[in-house]
Design a protein around this ligand. Structure first.
Ligand code: F1P
Length: 350
């Protein structure tokens, strides 16, 4: 029996990620992903709401980098309010992304793609039985990642991993597919030190306002990190492309601001320079990076190096568990119950 208000349901699902990743990779390598053997023609629309929109942003960026094909993340609401703006030129395909497969806006948006415009459609979900599947020609379901929690944790990283695997397959990146097989073991190693890293962040930082940074594919992860903190700990949080913070938002940075920077390690000193600037404004900085050698205490108050040894395209899921645990501990420290987040339901049905 799980103690009421302990966040143990959410914690258990966060900690299960390496095992779930391994189970899904093993099943997909044995039985296939059930998706087409090539990207459909034209522009791809990756459709998701809430956490699933941030998953869509991450996947669209990754997919465009891998394939050179035009891919765009779109909230389902836009395809209900102004669909014409997204389908100009006609050669479009669509992926509905939804943990539940029943989010009303997402179901309706995929129905518009399929029934009004007759575009090729597919779905990415933790449940093959949701209404969304009725409007998808193909579905990639990772039922192993289904959750009891309201907030999405392992569903996000497992759907990210599984759909990335399909994109690697159809773009012929065999060496990255091989590297992805090492993700679960890297996750186990990460979890060995995760509790200490989170404990150190809890000890060092007393944020009243959290800002998350990410460039490229990390921007979608920065959006998801900000949402996790908001949903679980009820803390004001905002995501930015790292260098965008200079262009106005930094005006409110100060001693109560915690910047959580998800660093790619690419672009040389461009991102570390922004961290140094926000530290000079009095903000605290927690840098999450693959290897932290380029950072000093002028850039960050705490540096967590993932040291996965994996290529960026396949290691992105590793960034999230630490931050999910941080959001959970922050919530508990503020007297919240992450298993019952305020004002939230597991699915938004209208
Ligand atoms: C999407 C979502 C979640 C949010 C909450 C309500 O659900 O908006 O992102 O955290 O759980 O549902 P889904 O379409 O991915 O099932």
């Amino acid at each position: 029996m799980t103690a009421q208000g302990s966040g143990e349901v959410t914690r258990r699902e966060i900690l299960s990620q390496p095992r779930v990743w391994a189970e899904v990779l093993e099943r997909l390598s044995r039985g296939g992903d059930g998706l087409p053997d090539a990207f459909p023609g034209g522009r791809g629309l990756f459709i998701g709401a809430g956490t699933s929109l941030y998953l869509a942003r991450t996947l669209a960026h990754l997919g465009e980098a891998l394939s050179g094909r035009p891919l765009r993340a779109v909230p389902p609401s836009d395809l209900l309010v102004c669909p014409e703006d997204h389908v100009t030129g006609g050669d479009v395909w669509a992926v509905g992304i939804s943990r539940s497969g029943t989010t009303t806006e997402t179901v309706r948006a995929l129905a518009v793609m399929r029934e009004r415009y007759h575009f090729p459609t597919m779905a990415l979900s933790c449940s093959p039985d949701g209404d969304m599947g009725r409007y998808a020609e193909r579905i990639l379901a990772v039922e192993e990642a289904v959750e009891d929690s309201v907030v999405m944790t392992r569903s996000f990283t497992t759907m990210l991993m599984a759909f990335t695997r399909w994109m690697l397959r159809v773009t012929g990146h065999g060496e990255l597919l091989d590297a992805q097989r090492l993700l679960p073991a890297a996750g186990e190693r990460l979890f060995a030190g995760a509790a200490d890293a989170v404990a150190e962040a809890m000890d060092r930082f007393r944020p009243e306002h959290i800002v998350t940074f990410g460039q490229g594919a990390y921007y979608g992860l920065a959006c998801e990190t900000a949402l996790k903190v908001k949903e679980m700990a009820l803390l004001a949080s905002e995501p930015f492309h790292t260098l965008e913070y200079r262009h106005g938002p930094k005006s409110i940075a100060g001693p109560n601001t915690l910047v959580i920077a998800l660093l790619s390690g690419r672009g040389g000193a461009l991102e570390p320079d922004v961290l140094r600037e926000v530290k000079e404004l009095g903000a605290k900085v927690w840098a999450i990076t693959e290897s932290g050698e380029a950072l000093t205490d002028r850039h960050a108050d705490l540096v967590t190096a993932l040291d996965s040894g994996l290529p960026e395209t396949v290691r992105l899921p590793l960034v999230m568990p630490l931050l999910q645990l941080y959001g959970l501990e922050l919530a508990l420290s503020r007297g919240m119950d992450p298993d019952s987040p305020k004002n939230l339901t597991q699915v938004v049905t209208l």
